[in-house]
Write a protein that binds this ligand. Structure first.
Ligand SMILES: *[C@@H]1O[C@H](CO)[C@@H](O)[C@H](O)[C@H]1NC(C)=O
Length: 437
């Protein structure tokens, strides 16, 4: 009996430690590299953009490096592209390409924590110059990206031996040529790779996006980091907020039927021209959409802003990540409502009911979604047992609570009912595992 409790308690802890989940509805994404904090009208240099690893905390699941600004471009040396990470990379190889050793080290640090690191191409097209003249140029450039940032072999690699986990398209110049062939080629290269790679795109919220609709409709994009800012007609804080339209697109038009949609927001009001959703607005959006099969999480522009925007002693980043990860809390609420069966309330002693509620709450706070079913089975059994006990002459003297599926089946067969030691055993294991972890 102990071993069942132990099994799911341990797996619950490992589940929580996991962080990023490609199919999850709770991922927090931050762009990093552009030092958007610099736009703060009250700029304090002490809060300027820090090295990448500073932001790889358990409040972040994906970091998107911004940007590979210029491509393809013969003036940028043999590589044919330029990168820019503001105050975080200044050293150059002899031919002019940036040599960002520290970012390379930090990419590895972030990845060791389970955080995915993508490299973004493009950005604000009023400051960056990019675009292809013919479709097949995109495919050739995919090989360049793979050689310099993936598992290919370029002589000069800006991040050294670090490999990114994929590429992001933040194309904003309304020129769609080349990206479908680029993504198709990248997918081909990913096939022989040593790990999973991802492709994301960051369209404007106005649907369809003038720069990325082709690639979203014709090639496999894993994540859409939709910019619900700088677009007053559909900003996150506006009447026209159109995530529902994008959900429809994901259901019907997207090439990747499993594409995940992210609500992109500025990390503070100064980080974009318009569209800052304050935490409570964002919380409302998350609760309204998190159950949609296409919901992936929230994207914030950018990390340096999000950690410096402090609201009631918590950073914007921390608040947003908290809302996204609240699914476990809402499970605990669901669990409580399920044990609020009138039969239990009227027949259990107040004290034992209180202990039961506390234990259920505690356990639910550590479980993960996949284990929910086991709990509901356990609770159904708890309710059934309580009813049996309520009808027995002695009344509900004990409350069997956490029951594994296997044990459930055994109990159903034998008609036996677990007793208080069962609960005590579970608490002991819980406490000892907590101490170990
Ligand atoms: C996030 O979602 C994944 C996938 O559904 C889940 O396994 C994980 O427990 C969730 N994380 C939290 C902290 O809720």
């Amino acid at each position: 009996m102990m071993s069942y409790h132990f099994y799911w308690l341990v797996s619950a802890f490992f589940g929580l430690a996991a962080g990023f989940s490609a199919s999850g509805n709770n991922n927090t994404v931050v762009y990093w590299g552009n030092n958007a904090y610099n736009h703060n009208p009250n700029f304090q240099s002490s809060s300027t953009q820090e090295r990448l690893s500073t932001y790889c905390t358990d409040e972040v699941d994906i970091v998107v490096l911004a940007f590979l600004t210029t491509f393809p471009n013969a003036d940028s040396g043999p590589a044919g592209f330029a990168i820019n990470f503001a105050n975080q990379c200044g050293t150059k190889f002899s031919d002019g390409l940036l040599d960002c050793t520290q970012i390379g080290e930090d990419i590895k640090t972030c990845q060791e924590k389970g955080i995915k690191v993508l490299l973004s191409l493009g950005g604000d097209s009023s400051v960056s110059t990019y675009g292809f003249s013919k479709e097949s140029d995109g495919s050739s450039f995919a090989s360049v990206l793979w050689d310099y940032f993936g598992e290919g072999t370029a002589q000069e690699r800006p991040f050294g031996s670090a490999t990114v986990d994929g590429f992001d398209l933040d194309i904003e110049n309304k020129d769609q040529i080349g990206y479908v062939s680029m993504v198709d080629k990248l997918r081909e290269l990913f096939q022989g790779a040593s790990k999973d790679y991802f492709i994301s795109a960051a369209p404007q919220c106005v649907y369809p996006d003038e720069s990325l609709s082709d690639v979203l409709e014709k090639s496999k994009v894993d994540f859409a980091f939709i910019q619900f800012y700088n677009n007053p007609s559909c900003n996150a804080n506006s009447e026209g907020f159109n995530l529902a339209k994008w959900e429809e697109f994901a259901d019907s038009t997207a090439y990747n039927g499993d594409i995940k949609l992210f609500v992109g927001v500025p990390g503070a009001d100064y980080a974009a021209g318009s569209g800052y959703a304050d935490p409570s607005e964002l919380k409302t959006i998350i609760s309204a959409h998190q159950s949609n099969a296409h919901f992936g999480g929230v994207m914030i522009w950018d990390a340096s802003v999000a950690v410096n925007n402090i609201i009631d002693d918590q950073s914007y980043l921390s608040l947003v990540n908290g809302y996204l990860k609240q699914s476990t809390n809402s499970l605990s609420q669901r669990a409580l409502s399920e044990i609020d069966d009138p039969i239990i309330d009227t027949t259990s002693s107040t004290a034992s009911n209180q202990v039961t509620r506390t234990v259920v709450q505690t356990f639910y706070e550590v479980i993960v979604e996949t284990e929910y079913e086991i709990f509901t089975t356990g609770i159904a059994s708890y309710q059934r047992d309580s009813k049996i006990k309520a009808n027995s002459p002695k009344g509900p003297s004990s409350t069997p609570l956490i029951v594994s599926k296997v044990e459930m089946r055994k109990r159903e067969e034998s008609g036996s009912i677990a007793t208080v030691p069962n609960l005590i055993a579970a608490i002991l294991v819980f406490v000892s595992v907590s101490l170990l972890v």
